[in-house]
Design a protein around this ligand. Sequence first.
Ligand code: ZN
Length: 695
Amino acid sequence: MDDRSDGAAAAHQDPHAHQNGNPLLVPGRLPEFEALRAEHVEPAINDVLAAQRAALERAERAVEPTLDWLRELEQIGTAIHRVWGPVSHLNSVLSSPALRDAFNRCLPLVTEFYTDLGQNEALYLRYGSLAPLAADGQHPVEAQLIAHALRDFRLSGVTLTGAARERFRAIMQQLAALQARFEQNLMDATDAFQHHELDRAALAGVPDAVLVRARALAAEHGLDGWLLRLDAPTYQSVLAHAESPALRARFYEAWVTRASDQGPNAGRADNGPLIHEILALRHESARLLGFKSFAELSLATKMADSPERVIEFLRDLGRRSKTVAEHELAVLTEYAGRPLEPWDIAFYSERLRQERLRLAEEELRPYFPLPRVLDGLFSIVNRLFDLTISPARPPSVWHSAVRYYEIRRRDGSLVGSFYTDLYARPNKRGGAWVDSCVSRANLGGRLETPVAYVVCNFNSPVGETPSLLTHTEAVTLFHEFGHTLHHLLTEVDYPSLSGINGVAWDAVELPSQFLENFVWRPEVLASLARHFETGAPLPQDKLDTMQHSRTFLAALSMVRQLEFALFDFRLHHEYSPERGARVEEILADVRREVSVVQVPAFNRFPNTFAHVFGGGYAAGYYSYKWAEVLAADAFGAFDEAGLFDRATADRFRRAILAVGGSRNALDAFVEFRGRPPELDALLRQSGISAPATRQ
Ligand code: ZN
């Protein structure tokens, strides 16, 4: 496969592409990536959406829906994903102007299809008529499928009528626009700030890579010296490394006052009023749907069962971390020799880290050659689950760096397969992720085994030298492989609940964060981390330092995350039309409760909180910590029984990995652990012991 020219797929226009030869529409188990061209996309999407609209109309006419009817409806999403899945995958891993155009033209069509589906009353009623059939206890998976469908219909406003329905639609559109404006304002405010520096000494400590960029930017503007922008990497570098407190203070002030009434660009693109509008509309939409607050609405699709539970969860973590965080701050203050300002924290943390740990991540790369890390990972899966992973003859792939693997049981039967695309290159989205290529389905007739895409952005091999990972990158690989196992080891027959589909999103990071733990364990590292030339194991002192780095100043970062999470959640839970949003009041209250670093009065952090006011994580920021607790506690079972205890692994596979979204996430956890999740494992893992509260 190496003689295939890179980037062939989707990059070139083929004037001879015809609809009847459209590779997106040919039947087959896996996508025909090599034949796929940008001009295939729009005709194929139109074709599949028309066919599925027709299927929906047939389903709407069903007089008496049956379980077969349910199975036919499941095919609709699968049929669309078969066409749209490869397109959006390619758009991420092998983008080209032509493909991006085709993608952007088709995205609204696909979105519109699902919006219409969500408000389809005829289907809603037919799903409802199946509910009694599913309630007989004989069909737990079908019952969950119907419950999810009914829930999603309701959250789309299907039950609203008349003025309420119109109002709900108007709110949704207004919210989408306001949230987009929040992000836009933040971007504009970030771009509006520049720091021009002529004195090299004032930039002492700032990493060379940042200075090279700043030098080039200055030249671009016909300026001498250095021009620094406020993008996240530059901001973080300045805060962590610049020796001048004045420079750090200037960047800190610019950063925390973006899109607000304070700071160097006060009043321009102010997000303040938007926050109030967004919170008011979210609250109103939640009330229209019958929820007490937007926080309650947010939990309708999550594992946490009540707002009180989430708030207590965050407070409990806060109580048990705050004393340690205060101690860490005291250590840092003593190290600095003077009281610390908010713009000093990252700087002295970094200095202390280098002095205490004497470990640069880069030094570890020779010990983590990618082929060896993959072998180690696959053998862990083999020891845990008695499954074999081996390279297979690749089907059509989109790039010569792509590999294809199969997971098989001891008897040789196929469990699932996955593509890997692990190296950074131009025209590929940054970061690491796992996506579904095929979801497991067994809808009467043929069994579809699941297939996943595993995408990372590691350095490519150079000549004879393999790709060498930092330890952080090895952790990333394990993380993504946890998602992969979740998707492939599923035993659910319905694709909308199989693998990673339909899983409550505060629980979906459980398997990924769970698997990360293995690559921290000395007994795993002893065989997995070997020098790529000499084969020598990682020296003991480096191993020890790595363990310490995991817990270094962990409580300070814990309470910071808790501040964000508690603020987000309380804001959405305590909103009332009479009292308004009380943004500053709630934030001050949260800070008194969990924070240890005092912030100046000009700080306007909420105006920059795009996770929450831009969309996605509204009343959901807590999910990060929630899933960390689940993962650490689940891994605790392996600490107790032995790292490779087969029975524990089998219980984990059956209770967590196999069930996908077909079971309530808490029930699944309790089945595995024998009790509800507890915080202790995460606190231990982070080095935050709390003997005073445990007694
Ligand atoms: Zn993840």
